[in-house]
Write a protein that binds this ligand. Structure first.
Ligand code: IMP
Length: 435
């Protein structure tokens, strides 16, 4: 038995989609526990690119069960669109997709509020504009709508009308909220609900039953540690619990059933949206990372901010997630660089910091102290074994393990499934992932 959580260790976009896709081969079910269609996984299967925003990437593996847990927020039109795309790819979603009844809905007024707050509010976060923050805010304020509420159309209609009226009363005259009408909203949502209600389940009951039957569960986090609403670089974060703890509350599975946590890290750092990023590079090297790594958002197409790896941020991710092991992605993006830098400390007002200060004001004033290593300047694309990697590259990997105190169990050497090195580590062996 092995029930394992996969989390991002940076600001999202670490390549979790590929890691989950590879690991899912050895698991029976993949459960997504937070976030909504602000996330986007680009997966390449047989040269075909697929972008998934809501449904876990495991859906592309024949027979794997994919579950959206109660911690996820669902935009119904986005979900029905995604299901339609999967059907076109001949994926048998009918047999394998389950949706937690208690997941909250992202409704059109959430999207309007998100975009208008970004445009006119006092603080720009650089959100994806998908209504995620306002939907989670309503959940916490106890005025949200859960997908299972649509089983009772009369009650749903009443609630929708009341919540919309309240939001319209609070909005300025110029707000697009005034263009919404509760009857139309109700009809649209019900139309999409009819297409997905066959997938609805009590997700906690299903996952716990699977665990009791000895099936193996992979918990998939969206975004990353530094975007977690509690533990990330607040307020420049998303509105959910992206760290490992969120897997329990977002699925209704107790911590005693979890066997370990895989942290996915990119060989460098990226960030989309606003907020401090000490190792950001605004020079030619930053552009090179963006170009070689194709660092443009899977959801919004925005160019990602790029920079060197930050060992303080990684050690922080090891701590707050209790990481058992690491999966390293996009190693090949560094192949052409003559020198590679890793931040090993920060300078802050004359002091040297060796731990990540999770206070945005302090982080914004930190300058990175770098350690430089020689690059390898040869291709690592498609390497299948550690021994195939250049010496300088292996030295870089060894140093990362030293700096984080955690083994690297998986190295991605290209976008395709087969471009991957699986390392024989105690964590992967213990979970039966290394054969
Ligand atoms: P929201 O999640 O749309 O509210 O956006 C809040 C912050 O999280 C913004 O900085 C977004 O760019 C960032 N964010 C949300 N989802 C992702 C993701 O999947 N990858 C990277 N950044 C994300």
């Amino acid at each position: 038995m092995a029930n394992v959580i996969v989390v991002g260790t940076q600001w999202g976009d670490e390549g979790k989609g590929k890691v989950v896709d590879i690991l899912s081969e050895s698991f029976d079910a993949v459960v997504r526990y937070q976030g909504g269609n602000n996330a986007g996984h680009t997966i390449v299967v047989a040269e075909e690119k697929v972008v998934l925003h809501l449904v876990p990437s495991g859906i592309l593996r024949m027979g794997k069960i994919c579950i959206l847990g109660n911690g996820v927020v669902i935009d119904l039109p986005a979900l029905t669109h995604e299901i339609g795309q999967l059907r076109k790819l001949k994926v048998r979603v009918e047999d394998t997709l389950y949706i937690g009844k208690s997941a909250h809905l992202v409704l059109p007024y959430h999207k309007i509020l998100d975009v208008e707050r970004e445009r006119h509010g006092s603080q720009k976060i650089g959100t994806t504009g998908r209504g995620i923050g306002p939907a989670y805010a309503d959940k916490m304020a106890r005025v949200g709508v859960r997908i299972g509420d649509l089983y009772d159309p009369v009650a749903f209609r009443e609630r929708l009308a009341a919540v919309l009226a309240e939001k319209q009363a609070q909005a300025g005259l110029e707000s697009l909220l005034h263009t919404l009408d509760a009857t139309t909203l109700f009809r649209e949502q019900m139309q999409h609900f009819e297409q997905v209600k066959r997938f609805l389940v009590d997700a906690s009951e299903v996952v716990n039953r699977f665990i009791a039957e000895g099936r193996r569960i992979l918990f998939e986090g969206a975004q990353g540690t530094l975007l977690d609403v509690d533990l990330g670089t607040y307020p420049y974060v998303t509105s959910s619990s992206a760290t490992a703890g969120g897997a329990c509350t977002g699925t209704g599975v107790g911590p005693t059933h979890i066997d370990g946590v895989v942290g996915v890290m990119k060989a460098y750092t990226t960030r989309v949206g606003e907020g401090p990023f000490p190792t950001e590079l605004t020079d030619a090297t930053g552009q090179l990372l963006r170009d070689r790594g194709q660092e443009y958002g899977a959801t919004t197409g925005r160019p990602r901010r790029c920079g060197w790896l930050d060992a303080l941020a990684l050690r922080y991710a090891v701590r707050v997630n209790g990481l058992s092991t690491l999966a390293l992605t996009k190693l090949d993006v560094l192949d052409t660089l003559p020198h590679i830098r890793v931040c090993t400390a920060y300078q802050h007002r004359g002091n040297r910091l060796s731990a990540f200060p999770n206070e945005t004001g302090i982080l914004a004033e930190c300058t990175p102290v770098y350690e430089e290593q020689p690059g390898w300047e040869e291709s690592t694309i498609g390497a299948l074994k550690l021994e195939q990697l250049p010496k300088a590259c292996r030295a870089y990997l060894d140093r990362l393990q030293e700096l984080t105190g955690v083994d690297i169990s998986l190295i991605s050497t290209g976008p395709r499934r087969d471009q991957t090195i699986l390392v024989d580590t105690p964590a992967f062996r213990g979970w039966g992932l290394h054969r």
